[in-house]
Design a protein around this ligand. Structure first.
Ligand code: KIV
Length: 290
């Protein structure tokens, strides 16, 4: 099968053009947490397209091709209908559009839960066809065997615990987790289990701040928070949320832009120019040179 990514010059003699910067690696990300502490927090954003990756890459340590693309790009009601084909296509685009960040690709619902062998088949396809550095999968202790199976076979795994959107039907919604003592203990156990299984890092989503702090202090791999705590070893957001692409702003999101308004204003100005024949002007038409 042909691959769609450009081979990194650091690992191949195939292309002589040096990349402008060496790509970070999974071990380099892991080494940022020393004796349970990360001095400079890790920066992670989602990216789904090559151009978006080009713009975000210089500012990030990791780019996540999240299955949130189902909702953000495809207008799906949840992440459940996202397919492996979608993740591979968008993952390859993000790898092509970046040269610095570690690119991690979400394993979609139904592609890994049945067995470690099923997970290996899906994850190895993702790795081979995109050139990404690792995969992310949702689930805690129940996924420990699968995380160990993949990690021992050369596939770096980022775990995802707490609020796991692929389990929305079992959880009953997207509310914060870890409020009851029972749930608090389960999520703490999940964090310990995925770290012991060999996850190189974990996303902790939508949990009580105190629980996120306990997890961050209690495992020796980087903990990337979303709706978790400022004390985490890093933070991740869906880029479109952070850029202000949507009207609804979840509690855990801080907006750093107003892209929805910018796009809408630009489209309105273009439409007005077309309707009044103000566009195109002399500058945008072809005429014979005299
Ligand atoms: O799919 C995704 O974008 C994610 C992040 C929100 C962590 O899993």
């Amino acid at each position: 099968m042909s691959t769609t990514f450009t081979i990194d010059t650091a690992t191949s003699r195939a292309t002589p053009t040096p990349a402008p910067m060496k790509r970070l690696t999974v071990p380099a990300i892991q080494r940022r947490k020393v004796e349970g502490r990360t001095d400079e927090p890790l920066v992670m954003l989602t990216a789904y397209t090559a151009r978006q990756a080009q713009l975000l890459d210089p500012h990030c340590d990791m780019l996540l091709v999240g299955d949130s693309l189902g909702q953000v790009i495809y207008g799906l009601p949840s992440t459940l209908p996202v397919t492996l084909d979608m993740m591979v296509a968008h993952g390859a685009a993000v790898v092509r559009g970046s040269y610095h960040s570690v690119v991690i690709i979400d394993m979609p619902f139904g592609s890994y839960e049945a067995s470690p062998q099923q997970a290996f088949a899906s994850a190895s396809r993702i790795m081979a066809e995109t050139g990404a550095a690792g995969v992310k999968l949702e689930g805690g202790a129940a996924m420990a065997d699968t995380i160990a199976f993949l990690s021992q076979r050369g596939i770096p795994v980022m775990a995802h615990i707490g609020l796991t959107p692929q389990a929305v039907n079992a959880l009953g919604g997207y509310g914060a987790r870890g409020k009851s003592q029972e749930e608090h203990a389960k999520i703490l156990g999940d964090a310990r289990a995925v770290a012991a299984a060999g996850a190189f890092a974990m996303v902790v989503e939508g949990v009580m701040e105190g629980l996120a702090n306990l997890i961050t202090d209690g495992v020796d791999v980087p903990v990337i928070g979303i709706g978790a705590s400022a004390r985490c070893d890093g933070q991740v957001l869906v880029a479109e949320d952070m850029l202000g692409m949507f009207e609804r702003v979840p509690r855990f999101v801080k907006r750093y832009g107003n892209m929805a308004e910018m796009v809408s204003d630009a489209a309105a100005a273009y439409a007005a120019d077309v309707r009044s024949r103000a566009f195109p002007t002399d500058d945008q038409v072809y005429r014979p040179k005299i």
